[in-house]
Design a binder for this molecule. Sequence first.
Ligand code: BTN
Length: 323
Amino acid sequence: MNNREKILDLLQKSSEEWLSGEYISNILGISRTAVWKNINTLKDTGYQIESSSKLGHKLISSKNVLSTAELEKILTTDTLGREIVFFNETDSTNVQAFSIATKGASHGTVVISESQSMGKGRLQRKWYTDPGKGLAVSMILRPVIEPIYAPRLTLVTAVALSEVLDEIGLNTYEIKWPNDILIKGKKAAGILSEMKADIDRVDFVIIGFGININTVTDLLPHEIKDIACSLMEELGFEISRTEFLATFLKKFEESYNEFLSGNFAGILEKWIEKSKILNKKIKVTILDRELYGTVRSVNDDGNLILETGEGLKTINSGDINYI
Ligand code: BTN
């Protein structure tokens, strides 16, 4: 344990009592300044610690903390998240996950970061992660499947996310094709799946998702603040990011096993229901082309079957707008 972990341990063991800076510095054999600096770092990572010049320090709550230790305490999965790689800051959790998967990281490894300097979105877009408030997570999966089935895992992810939202009582969301979660038309979450495969066999799939949990959208960079939303703003109260992630990993693992055992139809059915997309009139923008039509179905790969003036068309990428 480093000094910060030792201080945290002391605070957790005496959560009802104040611990003076002098007491901590004596027990650990470090200076009062070192105690004070470490306490400030703990506060920055989300621990709610009350400090008083007379009484010392007292741990009030660990609710906002996202850490491997806090996650491991409540995780109930078999394999998913049993290896965790945690960063306070990195370029992109998908990039890191891809890199460690290439070096052999095991199935179920989860990469988490408090912030990303180059968070990636779909179609070369950027994804902003709000430190201390959002979640940026990438999972390394090694399904024994043919590459053509891998896109289905994006749908499995969207359904698992939506099930967590159902569980926390948020029912105003919808899944927006191909991989967003919107609340009242604003984006709360996005999914980015990547893969390394041979022609007939998947090596690994990286599923990354970002979600605004306790984000205050007014404080977001100006280019996204009007199009983003957060779970907290919709619900009116804060959500524990650790609990959200633990619940998500459990639900994802269950659906993933269902998918592997060949029952994708049930998952697709849930996706379609939660997207409310059937029979909607939409405009699809594919690069610089626009297409109008009515969604008649969603196929097993998550592609839209669109009825257009020129017959049925299968849409497998692009952006959609409801019209
Ligand atoms: C999109 O909306 O276009 C997809 C956004 C995906 C963002 C997540 S955050 C965690 C993971 N790491 C990344 O760099 N991107 C994904």
